[in-house]
Every structure is written in structure tokens, then in C-alpha cells.
Design a protein around this ligand. Structure first.
Ligand code: F6P
Length: 485
């Protein structure tokens, strides 16, 4: 059967290789060769998302959030940050002078860093991943044409441009401040010097900027979207046809908190099931769990957080834990604990005794393992995805949920590799605070001085089906036989 015909949406390319600088030709030759063997049907081709915009417009934060959004759905997305490539070529950062259009030496370095990022992004997509994100200013039409030529014309991938603009002065100022505080370029520069430097860097970029919006790039037929003020000012999109691009668009149209976002998390107080070492169920709080509920409320109420909201699961232990917090509460079923199916209510010892093969399978691959008639961690990640999108739009939210669910939520915000998520430590009677700093989250923990059991079961050394019961139970945390402790 003949292979499916490629639908050349892009028309003929009028950008020949001869237009490209010499360093690029070698890379082009390699890819030309690769194109000969890699010709997927275009609708399903991998997608490169290219960010466009001046510094301090929120590109890097949105790029990383977009990657998280796709990764939670098992798409494999990766950000290729041009600035990081530039630092590999040139570090430490000297000054704004390197961003002047007439600084030929520095321009070469900047171009090289884009090409290095492009090459790695192309490799990522050719290796079978579905989404790459090129995070960089890409402010000139020529630069964007170069990206388009490689990824669409040569590699037959799909591309989508996302331009970030910021018309809101306050937001822009906060973004600038974030760069001054968090960028490695300014780590060792005095505040005043850094402010002047960044201002001049912006001036140089503005002089070179050809906006997508103003017709700078309209002749290339691919999806484009302009995100105004982090989405608060709206999103203007053109030419969005593919399913992946539509998914990108639906994600970026929900405005997100871009600065000073603070989120709080806590597991419910110790439950009667926790005391007994049982999983799942809908148990009440233990006496120590009730003390934690009081301590949590006292701590959170004293913070006086503006607009605080509390989100709990549908299970009574989370609602009882949050009861004393003075804030509107929402019950969100997606925050319910992982469903252990036929194993609900068992201890790990009973699980080993009654379902040794299931117990072993879970230990072998805890991320993918699905309890019979229940859920896997992957299932939990998927069900949390819409809630996480909403959470990104909020600040000062306290989420009271459960061990497995909070592992997934923290894994998402902290970019923990998926296979490590089921082993993240989320102890009882501990408040976890995430603060958005630049484009990543910083975690702090506040342990309340109220005793509780430990429910963390580490991965045992022996995960083979021939292991003994003792080996299977090697890491089961201590618990009590009765509730009278
Ligand atoms: O043990 C408390 C608990 O919340 C159980 O209800 C749940 O099944 C378990 O933690 C999830 O942790 P793990 O995935 O490590 O078994």
C-alpha cells in the first residue's frame, strides 16, 4: 500500500539553504537526510510550540506550565530554553551590550544558542516525543522563518507560534522584578546596575521586535496565538487546525496567576484507618487527627490570607480537618484518595496475604499499576488535570486531600519525574506551602507538633513474585492493632 500523501499546507518554501548562515548548513544536511526516512501523516506529526515576545512578558512561565499540562496527560513535552543554551556558550553574563542588533559577535552567539535549542528540540521530536517547546524571544521575522524552515519544510513537523504581550503596566513591573530576583544573569550584579542593565536589554530587544500581531509573520500558514497579559487580556488565535494546537489553545486561554502565587496543601489529620494501617475507606479522624484539625485552623487563620479558599475531597476526614478554617469551602471529588478497588479497607499485611501477586505487581511499577476495580497513579494524575488547570488560576488556596493525590499534585508543580511521584513523602500533620518564584515553585513544609503514624511505605528491595512475605512487608510502616492508643 502506498504511504499516505503528505498534505503540504505550507506551500512551497522560498527560503533556500543559501540564505542560512554557514554553521547551520551542517545541521540542515543532517535533517534533510532524516526527512527521507521520517514522514508521518501531517495531522499526527509532532508539534513544536515556539514562544515569541520581549523579555518579561511571561513566556518562560507559560512554556513550563504548558509542558506540565501535556506531561500530566502522558504526552511527552519538553521545554528548550534558548537562554539556558546561551549560558552554556557564554557565562557569566556580562551586560546588555550582547543584545544590541549591531553587536555582530554577540549576535552569532545568540543565533547559535537558538540553533542548539532547535537541534535538541528536533532530536526530541524525532526520538518519538510529541511536543517540544522552544522558549526564547524569537523576536525577528527572520528568526521565526528559520525555525519554520527547519521544522516544517525539512522535518515535516507541525509548528505553532505563541506570542506573549504585556500591556498591563503593573504586571510588567512584577515580571521585571521577578527577572531581577530570579535570573542567574543578575545573581551577582548589584540591584541598581541590574535594573539599568535589564532596562537597556529591553530597549535593544524592542528595536529588533517584529510582532506576530502586526503582520510580522502572517505569510507562514501555521497556528499562531497571542496571549495578552498572561491571558487576562484575552488570547487572539489564527489558523488553529490540528488537535495538539487546539489543546495548546484551550490551555492558554485560561488566565493563570503569573506572580506571587501561593498554594497550601495538607493531608487530612490522622484518621482511624491510618492508626490501624488500613488503606482507603471513609474513616473519621483519630483523636490526634482532631487535634491537628484545630492546629491547622489556628495556623491558617492566623495568616490572614486574602481571599483564602479551602478545597477538600468528598471524604469526611478532609472535611473534618478543614472545618475550623475561616474561608469558603468547596468539595471537589477529584481530590478523593486513590481508589484501591477490591483492596479498599485492607492493611498492607492483609493485601500481601490475600493478593500477593497484586501487591508485587504494584511494587514493580507503582505508577502504572491499577488496583482491580480501582485506580492507578496515572489514573489519578489524569483525573486531577482539569482541577490543576483551575488551581493555576488561583492564589491563596488551601487544599486538604490525601497521600496519593497530594503526591500527584506536588509532583505536577515541582516537575517530579512521573515514576518518582508515587514515592514523594507527604507526611501527616504537615502543612506544605508552594510559592511561585520566577517560573518555578518553591516548597516549604511546616510540621505541626502533634504525634501521628507514618503511612509512607518505601519501595521494598525485592519486587519479584517469588519473594517471601517478610520481604514484601519489609517497608510497611508501623501501625496499631486497635484504636485505643
Ligand atoms: O495509607 C493512607 C493512604 O492515603 C491510603 O488510603 C492510600 O491507599 C495510600 O495512602 C496511598 O499510598 P500508597 O500509594 O503509598 O499505597
Amino acid at each position: 500500500m502506498a504511504p499516505p500523501q503528505l498534505n503540504n499546507e505550507s506551500g512551497s518554501s522560498n527560503n533556500s539553504c543559501s540564505k542560512m548562515p554557514t554553521q547551520y548548513s551542517a545541521a540542515k544536511a543532517t535533517y534533510t537526510n532524516a526527512t527521507a526516512v521520517y514522514k508521518p501523516y501531517r495531522q499526527f506529526a509532532p508539534l513544536l510550540v515556539i514562544f515569541v515576545g520581549l523579555p518579561a512578558r511571561g513566556k518562560s512561565l507559560l512554556a513550563r506550565r504548558l509542558a506540565r499540562h501535556f506531561n500530566i496527560c502522558s504526552e511527552e513535552a519538553k521545554v528548550f530554553d534558548v537562554t539556558e543554551y546561551r549560558r552554556k556558550l557564554l557565562f557569566p553574563y556580562a551586560s546588555h551590550e550582547m543584545f544590541r542588533a549591531d553587536n555582530v559577535e554577540a549576535l552569532r552567539v545568540r543565533q547559535q544558542s537558538v540553533r542548539d535549542a532547535m537541534n535538541d528540540a528536533a532530536k526530541w521530536l524525532r526520538d518519538g516525543h510529541s511536543i517540544a517547546i522552544l522558549d526564547g524571544p524569537n523576536v525577528t521575522k527572520a528568526q521565526r522563518q528559520e525555525v519554520y524552515d527547519l521544522f516544517v519544510e525539512q522535518l515535516n513537523f507541525r509548528v505553532m507560534f505563541i506570542e506573549c504581550v504585556c500591556e498591563n503596566k503593573e504586571m510588567l513591573e512584577r515580571n521585571v522584578k521577578d527577572i531581577l530576583i530570579h535570573s542567574p544573569d543578575y545573581r551577582d550584579m548589584g540591584t541598581e546596575k541590574a535594573c539599568t542593565d535589564l532596562r537597556l536589554k529591553l530597549t535593544h530587544y524592542k528595536a529588533q521586535y517584529e510582532s506576530l500581531e502586526h503582520g510580522g509573520y502572517t505569510e507562514v500558514p501555521c497556528a499562531t496565538a497571542t496571549v495578552i497579559d498572561g491571558g487576562l487580556g484575552g488570547v487572539v488565535a489564527h489558523g488553529v487546525k490540528g488537535i495538539k494546537e487546539a489543546s495548546v489553545l484551550s490551555y492558554i486561554t485560561i488566565p493563570k496567576v503569573t506572580n506571587q502565587q501561593v498554594l497550601y496543601f495538607s493531608r487530612h489529620g490522622e484518621s482511624e484507618y491510618n492508626v490501624l494501617g488500613r488503606i482507603g475507606g471513609d474513616a473519621n479522624l483519630s483523636p490526634r487527627g482532631k487535634k491537628y484539625a484545630i492546629a491547622l485552623a489556628r495556623h491558617v487563620n492566623a495568616l490572614g490570607l486574602r481571599g483564602l479558599q479551602v478545597w477538600t475531597s468528598r471524604l469526611r476526614r478532609t472535611q473534618a480537618t478543614a472545618a475550623g478554617v475561616n474561608a469558603p469551602k468547596q468539595i471537589i471529588p477529584e481530590l478523593n484518595e486513590i481508589d484501591a478497588g477490591i483492596c479498599e479497607g485492607l492493611t498492607y499485611e492483609e493485601l500481601q496475604d490475600q493478593y500477593p501477586i497484586e501487591f508485587c505487581e504494584r511494587d514493580k511499577n507503582k505508577l502504572d499499576y491499577r488496583y482491580p476495580r480501582g485506580e492507578s497513579y496515572v489514573d489519578v494524575l489524569k483525573r486531577l488535570q482539569p482541577m490543576l488547570q483551575v488551581l493555576e488560576s488561583e492564589t491563596n488556596v488551601l487544599i486538604v486531600s490525601h497521600q496519593a493525590v497530594l503526591r500527584c499534585v506536588l509532583g505536577y508543580f515541582l516537575d517530579v519525574p512521573h515514576e518518582k511521584i508515587p514515592y514523594i513523602k507527604v507526611p501527616l500533620h504537615t502543612i506544605i506551602k508552594l510559592t511561585l518564584e520566577g517560573h518555578s515553585y518553591r516548597m516549604e513544609t511546616i510540621k505541626m507538633p502533634i504525634d501521628c503514624v507514618d503511612t509512607t511505605r518505601e519501595k521494598p528491595l525485592n519486587c519479584s513474585p517469588t519473594r517471601t512475605a517478610a520481604e514484601a512487608l519489609q517497608t510497611v510502616p508501623q501501625h496499631f492493632e486497635t484504636l485505643s492508643i
